[in-house]
Design a protein around this ligand. Structure first.
Ligand code: MLT
Length: 268
């Protein structure tokens, strides 16, 4: 079900399943579409929606462009992908973490293509100057040393502590994804995230149904920070997902799917 399609000046790999109102699932850093495995295949969403989960530029099996890839460029890639798929109707845009950073820019640049927003385990604030500098150094070290140290650095932050013992297979699967990712793709996204603008001013402009969802143990985008995001968006729903960290849709797919079905059945 994974195929590759041209999207503007790149080729994007995507999982594309079923028919119905389209849901676009946009993965986090430094992963690929397979982080949405609990929402694809035989989930309660299957058969009711068209489930589209691309690999962003630089990740998975998509084209890699070295240098810096901004969140706005990834957003434009996704709009071009929808053009290629001839999807004209607005989509439900589901973005996790870096996928959420892309969601802000997609909203800013392609709002007419958004039917609803689901913001998972993400942030609206930009990097501090120190964090941005840390990302640039991280980019240089990935290019010098490869991806294994990226997995070592990222995995403990991505998952709740109990996930490593209760569901070691999903941690292993994401480690395999990270190690296989092109260092140039990781470095380009790190530089892009370092220069991403503050998305907080956009919150008040969001006029579509929005669900804000966070793992209760998320150490990167903690529940208190995500609640503030929800408070800034008119009418947004806020759901805290139990037994999950930053990778809530993967760690507790049942709870996330229930929240998605509940949200999608009501307003969209
Ligand atoms: C992600 O999961 O996409 C990353 O944690 C985002 C980030 O590094 O800010």
């Amino acid at each position: 079900m994974v195929r590759k399609l041209r999207a503007g000046d790149v080729e994007l790999a995507l999982h594309d399943q079923g028919s119905g109102p389209p849901i676009l699932f946009v993965h986090g850093f430094p992963l690929d579409h397979s982080m949405w495995r609990g929402q694809l295949a035989a989930s309660p969403l299957a058969g009711r929606f068209r489930l589209i989960a691309p690999d962003l530029r630089g990740f998975g099996s998509s084209s890699v462009t070295p240098g810096t890839v901004g969140m706005h460029e990834m957003a434009d890639d996704l709009a071009a992908l929808l053009d290629t798929l001839q999807i004209r109707e607005p989509v439900v845009f589901v973005g996790l973490s870096m996928g959420g950073y892309v969601a802000w820019r997609f909203w800013e640049r392609h709002a007419h293509r958004v039917r609803a927003l689901v913001l998972c385990d993400t942030r609206s604030a930009p990097d501090t100057p120190e964090a941005a500098q840390g990302r640039r150094q991280f980019a240089a070290s990935v290019l010098a040393e490869g991806t294994a140290p990226v997995a070592t650095a990222m995995l403990p932050k991505l998952f709740a502590e109990q996930t490593a013992t209760r569901q070691p297979e999903i941690v292993q699967a994401m480690e395999d994804v990270i190690v296989r990712t092109a260092p140039e793709g990781i470095a380009a996204a790190l530089r892009g995230m370092a220069e991403r603008p503050d998305a907080t001013p956009l919150l008040a402009t969001i006029r579509v149904p929005t669900l804000v969802l966070v793992g209760e143990h998320d150490a990167i985008s903690p529940p208190a920070e995500m609640r503030k995001i929800a408070d800034g968006i008119a009418g947004a729903q806020f759901v805290e997902v139990p037994d999950a960290g930053h990778m809530a849709p993967l760690e507790n797919a049942a709870a996330v799917n229930a929240a998605l079905v509940n949200f999608l059945e009501a307003p969209v």
